[in-house]
Design a protein around this ligand. Structure first.
Ligand code: HAM
Length: 425
């Protein structure tokens, strides 16, 4: 057996994780300032959570779920998305009994979809997402969009487009579904096999079919945005006003239907042209019927999810990938004799207690080899503990960049290092 990560998965290696952490920290800061609290839910749920929540005519449920039977004979599924799981947790913990709205976020949460792996499309990927429960107004749609947009600004990502659409509510959708059926019935022999099934059960899903996407009859299909009821129309008009107030440019894209069944009214995507076909960095929308569908009270919801890998790919393509500072503040080299190693170790722990990134030798290198190692590694300050230092307690801190040296003592070394480390900032 070849020891390789499973197809469609990837390791986030130490030279990449620093950038992830910086982006994650910016996301956390923005969520906090926007009044969102973090939620962490299990990476697997009972299959019914997704089958019911996401919808059993979607590609995700029909083709992409990692479903397995556990040892107790229960059907479980690795989460393909997080909205249904967050709704499940919201209901289970009765958060609906408290004040509304409830604003939640999840960060770098792993998701699993059995898709055809390609650039930007993985079988395990990570999402940052937000969900707001209990806020029916279009101002809240604008609020979550503004969060996503503001975050992209924070990160320096400028070249993105916001596409919005409305897919109506069960009221206006029923009549529209009939129009769609009539349209696609006229093209029966051109529809793929899965779409034949969708035609009866959920014709809206045909608009999201990856196989039929480029066939001409798709472009001629009626758009739901032209057939909205008054309430949905007003909601859309209000959203446009709020987006204008927030100064967020958008395009109305009647082709966006999204790949999940729970949406009502607003749907949106933020797209980058910099990373090719898988350019949708963020997708979301309103889902006013999901809570009820999952056995809870009649409470509206709205949210989005970013693909973290895609976000970082865009940043990489734009040359704005954040660089992690992995400088070792101080490296304490010592003679290989035990007494010197002990002194270096003690000093190292004292430095770390002050928050400095400090290191010592653990592989019994000679003093010369340690100094060479420090010279080659990203070390800012170096201390050498040799015979003289042990005998006198006096040591020298050397700045590896400026070559400045300062004399100090073992006892005062932490203070000296702190001031030299800060001095450079
Ligand atoms: P989604 O559009 O299925 O929506 O996924 C959101 C984002 O996750 C996509 O825009 C994309 O950036 C990323 N993504 C999806 N699949 C993959 C994949 N196979 N590989 C890499 N990245 C991927 C949802 O998941 C909804 N739960 C979003 C939502 C939250 N709507 C309301 N609240």
């Amino acid at each position: 057996m070849e020891m390789k990560a499973p197809r469609g998965t990837h390791d986030i290696m130490p030279d990449q994780s620093g950038a992830w952490q910086i982006v994650e920290e910016m996301i956390r800061r923005r969520c906090r300032s926007n009044g969102f609290d973090e939620i962490r839910t299990p990476i697997f749920e009972q299959t019914g959570v997704f089958a019911r929540g996401v919808g059993d005519t979607t590609d995700i449920v029909q083709k992409e779920m990692y479903t397995f039977e556990d040892k107790g004979g229960r059907s479980m599924t690795l989460r393909p998305e997080n909205t249904a799981g967050v709704v499940r947790a919201f209901l289970e913990h009765r958060l609906y009994a408290g004040p509304m709205p409830v604003k939640l976020y999840y960060l770098s949460a792993p998701m699993f979809r059995y898709e055809n792996p390609q650039s930007g499309r993985y079988r395990q990927f990570h999402q940052f997402g937000v969900e707001v429960f209990g806020a029916p107004d279009a101002s809240c749609d604008a609020e979550v969009i503004a969060l996503a947009w503001g975050l992209l600004k924070d990160l320096g990502v400028e070249k993105l487009a916001l596409h919005i659409n409305s897919i109506g509510c069960p009221k206006c959708r029923a009549a529209y579904q009939e129009m769609l059926k009539a349209h696609f019935n006229a093209h029966l022999d051109e529809l793929c096999e899965t779409c034949h099934d969708r035609l009866e059960r959920n014709p809206l899903r045909i608009l999201d079919c990856k196989i039929d996407a480029d066939k001409p009859f798709m472009k001629e299909a009626p758009h739901i945005i032209d057939h909205l009821c008054e309430e949905c129309q007003t909601h859309l008009e209000n959203l446009k006003k709020y987006l204008a107030t927030a100064g967020i440019p958008y395009t109305i894209d009647p082709m966006i239907v999204r790949g999940l069944d729970y949406y009502t009214k607003t749907v949106f995507e933020i797209v980058s042209e910099d990373i090719g076909a898988q350019g949708t960095v963020c997708g979301g929308g309103r889902y006013d019927g999901l809570m009820r569908l999952m056995g809870g009270p009649e409470l509206p919801g709205v949210g989005f999810a970013f693909g973290m890998e895609r976000l970082l790919m865009v940043m990489d393509a734009l040359g704005i990938m954040p660089e992690d500072d992995n400088t070792t503040d101080v490296y304490i080299a010592s003679m290989p004799e035990e007494e010197a190693r002990q002194a270096a170790f003690r000093l190292c722990l004292a430095m770390r207690a002050e928050g400095l990134r400090a290191d010592v030798d653990h592989v019994q290198r000679s003093l010369k080899a340690q100094m060479k190692y420090a010279g080659k590694s990203n070390v800012h300050l170096m201390i050498v503990i040799g015979q003289d230092e042990l005998e006198t307690g006096k040591i020298t801190v050397r700045d590896m960049r400026t070559k400045e040296e300062r004399q100090t003592t073992m006892d005062a070394a932490v203070g000296t290092v702190l001031s030299m480390a800060e001095g450079e900032e």
